[in-house]
Design a protein around this ligand. Sequence first.
Ligand code: GDP
Length: 423
Amino acid sequence: MITIVVGLQWGDEGKGKVIDFLSQEHDIIVRFQGGANAGHTVYLDDQPLIFHLLPTGLHRQGKTGVIGPGVVLDIQQLVQEIREMEKYAGSLEGRLWIDPRTALVLPVHQAEDGWEEELKGGVGSTRRGIGPTYRDVYARLGLRVGDLFHPETLKHKLKVALDFNNQILGARYGKPPFLVETVYPQLLEWAEVIRPFVEDTHWFLRSALKANRAILFEGAQGTLLDIFFGTYPYVTSSHTLASGALISLGIGPKEVDRIYGVTKAYTTRVGKGPFPTELKGEQGTILRERGHEYGATTGRPRRCGWLDLVLLKYAVSLNGVTRLAVTKVDVLAGLPEVKVATSYRLDGQDRRVPPASSEDLERVQPLYQTFPGWNEFPRPSQKEDLPEPLQRYLTYIEEFVEVPIGFISYGRRTDEILAIFES
Ligand code: GDP
């Protein structure tokens, strides 16, 4: 059984929490794209656990994590995360598998990413080297995890990759080169740490499927950051859509059972790019403070605004979402009224679908539907226990995007979630 969970906005929707909740009923959790630019936060009690590269849910005994070929791997970060997790959950050997096809993020990629941001103000990169690594993958210069175990070819491939990247460093940024003599021994050292975890994950998942094990694909970033369908160029460099999971692990489209899309009850985005429902004044600040809207990976303050149903419906369409998870409804509690965008006005015309170009999306004027607010509420055990205005708000969302809500999250802890539909 395969479940895919993706974010439907610009990331930070609370996927980590939803995935942690769902991991309880799954055996294997798979990261399929992105890299250490993700920061999925889980609160079991008041201490946060942040997952950058390790699949969320690995703190739970008996769960297996997979890192698939669509991911780009910063080994230094991974090694640090493995060590931290092992302090908490014991040895991960035998329950973490990394595909040998996974591309390596090199220190030179991180340096380039940072300098590119400095040079042109950038696209809001987390400076983790993700973009330059994917570029090298597509330029067929990338180093892969499997290369680490063939020292001679590793050295040759490293030389080719560094030659290319050092030319960029020198010519574009005026920076000194990265040397094979320093990077190569470092790679060999990291290779030994991750050796026990390397496995062909396609075949691992194939036998897991045959054995009827439940597999959860964990999306990172969000739909509107997808390299093709997001608000280009203010996007990430990978396929964040549910279909990205299929490409990354070599799974057929008909093998997927459930596609869950996570959205906040409002909207946030980090960095630049169009954001039609952004609240720039005091109301935005209220959402930011109440929702603790600061990045888990970068600490950057997030831009905040109302829920945009035009974009949400687009995201639902792009992923083929079967159930919605709506998070952070508690953050809106206490507001006198809440709004959702239901259409846009652009060049004198009303439209119910977003324009494909970011330049046009920058220019749209959202038209809103206003709802009465709701107050804080005690732990619900069914939808009917929620305050009536919140129920109406949620029903409106479901009807607008034509997908039922399966999960309502009303607090940061994993157990603060109402599952309306669980199969
Ligand atoms: P992700 O990258 O999509 O996993 O999202 P982040 O971890 O960056 O941001 C989500 C933040 O919101 C985390 O700190 C979560 O603990 C928190 N969170 C998730 N769901 C809820 C919720 O329903 N209410 C509140 N107040 N916080 C939540």
